[in-house]
Design a protein around this ligand. Structure first.
Ligand SMILES: Nc1ncnc2c1ncn2[C@@H]1O[C@H](COP(=O)(O)OP(=O)(O)OP(=O)(O)O)[C@@H](O)[C@H]1O
Ligand SMILES: [Mg+2]
Length: 252
């Protein structure tokens, strides 16, 4: 399997000289679903931003290895808040990321139809954002990211603000989209059950400076994952690991 994201000895420093990371090595394989949990403030969002090239690395490098295609973007990001533009209809919000890509008018329209179908909101293109529920807005945020047909999807707590039922529904929807599209996903969450439910692997980020302190392979069949006994065992293992990382952070 090809590695699509690889950080080598990555360091990020903001204004102070204290690095957020130092020597951070993370790899995501093609088609893999990797979830990332960690202490608040450890640097999860920063890691996604540096991978997406929204902020520069202070040292080390990020290698992205996906085919180049002027009609697609290599990477798209989904944030916790959908950040839809209220003055643009749903369809025009979805095509925001397409600006600058070499796509014909027909492909433009197809991407809107395709992504709306993928997120289960077929026929919503003409609506305004204010006419959507929070969960629907979040789905449009996901549709906007998918519209550029990226090989890599970076997701920063995309379901964090949603109620439990909506969240569970969107988790299943995301898994279906992932299976249908074969994209590689790096997904940040505070919710350990979500991390174990979605991930092929769960990475636990400790902090100051951030590094992967533990990695959990989740080898439970996907069709019965939530109900299986092994699921709760994995959740407990990750919870214990996270508590250890929090204790270590507090004792520094
Ligand atoms: N633009 C910035 N300038 C200065 N410091 C920043 C900047 N962005 C983030 N930081 C700092 O970097 C650290 C990591 O922030 P980051 O947002 O990546 O954490 P996180 O793991 O995503 O936290 P949370 O779980 O709360 O979302 C924090 O200490 C934060 O204050
Ligand atoms: Mg964050």
């Amino acid at each position: 399997m090809a590695t699509v994201i690889r950080t080598n000895n990555l360091a990020v420093c903001f204004d102070s000289n204290v690095p957020i990371f130092e020597g951070l090595d993370v790899a995501v394989e093609s088609g893999e679903f990797v979830t990332l949990v960690g202490v608040s403030g450890a640097g999860k969002s920063t890691l996604l931003r540096v991978i997406a090239d929204l902020i520069p690395a202070s040292a080390g490098s990020v290698e992205i290895d996906v085919p180049s295609d002027p009609a697609r973007r290599p990477i798209s990001m989904v944030f916790q808040a959908a950040n839809l533009m209220p003055w643009r209809r749903v369809g025009d919000n979805i095509t925001l990321g397409l600006e600058g890509l070499e796509v014909s008018d027909q492909v433009y329209r197809e991407r809107v139809d395709w992504t709306l179908k993928l997120v289960g909101l077929d026929g919503y293109a003409e609506r305004w954002p204010y006419q959507l529920s929070g969960g629907q807005r979040q789905r449009i945020g996901i549709a906007r990211a998918l519209a550029t047909d990226p090989d890599i999807l970076l997701m920063d707590e995309p379901f964090g603000a949603l109620d439990a039922i909506t969240r569970t529904g969107l988790q299943d929807e995301l898994l279906r989209i992932w299976r249908e599209t074969g994209k590689s996903i790096l997904f940040v969450t505070h919710d350990i059950e979500e991390a174990v439910y979605l991930g092929d692997r769960v990475l636990l980020l400790g902090d100051k400076p951030a590094r992967v302190v533990e990695e959990f392979e989740i080898e439970i069949a996907r069709d019965s994952r939530r109900e299986s006994e092994a699921f709760q065992q994995h959740v407990e293992k990750v919870r214990t690991g996270l508590q250890g990382a929090i204790d270590a952070a507090e004792s520094r």
